[in-house]
Design a protein around this ligand. Sequence first.
Ligand code: AMP
Ligand code: MN
Ligand code: MN
Ligand code: MN
Length: 287
Amino acid sequence: MNISTINADLHSHSNHSDGTLLPEQVVERAHQQGVTLMALTDHDELRGVYAAKARAEELGIAFVTGLEISVTWQSTTLHILGLRVQLDCEELQSGIKKIRLDRVARAKEISSSLDRLGIEGAYEEVSNLVTHKDLIARPHFARLLVRRKICSSFKEAFQRYLGIGRPAYIPHTWASLQEAIDWIRLAGGVAVLAHPGRYKLDSQKRNLLLSFFCSLGGEGIEVVSGTHTTAECQIFAALAYKFGLKGSRGSDFHEIGGPVELGRMPNLPDFVSPVWENWNIPGHKKI
Ligand code: AMP
Ligand code: MN
Ligand code: MN
Ligand code: MN
């Protein structure tokens, strides 16, 4: 077996953040799709990992702990995946708890903006549906707008109300890049820059970000993402090589019927070292 071509999916969400499935259902679906190595990476949240790990053990699918930390770098929101983190790390746990507390205040502000647009009671409705009252994300509001038939799709909800610069968009400052990477490293994990194709950065600023990321101890980049085009996979494979970063592969699955499916992405190009290369995954021998 070539370790580069295993069906690894190291980016997925459950209803512990803005996904819709239970953690164990995400694992079951990954298994059905032929994924043999996976991580559940909820936003600023680790509480779903326990149930996912238990189900992965039952099904015999290799599982690593993970999360996706929200970061602000030079006014841009970035997402940093922490893979193989220890769950009992005080610094990581208190760091993400603070992010979640700030999410509550932000969710109330989003709701106030919607109120002013005549869409009332959004915070109350959303907070009654979420798994954790301190983990409310924009997709929860997007689903409310679709449920109330104010928008016909999730995408439209972002385009009309919740996306950057739209009337219910609340600018927010998340953790710093240094904080996120420090917490992940203190927890013994690997920091990976998630879906780099989604950030609106010109190539000069992207290079600046990648050198800074490396200087802080970042080790990987999500070369293959469910949200990347083939051209973007190639660009980020070349950048992984240039900056000496390991490559990761993840769908960013959130829900059944959404834009991406678990485990259905191209493989990492073989000149990129996979982030899982030396993980000694049961059943996955390096050749
Ligand atoms: P938040 O962390 O609350 O800002 O929510 C961010 C999440 O919203 C992302 O992880 C995506 O799941 C989703 N999202 C962000 N922008 C869009 C968009 N334009 N269209 C659809 N989903 C989006
Ligand atoms: Mn999300
Ligand atoms: Mn993300
Ligand atoms: Mn994600």
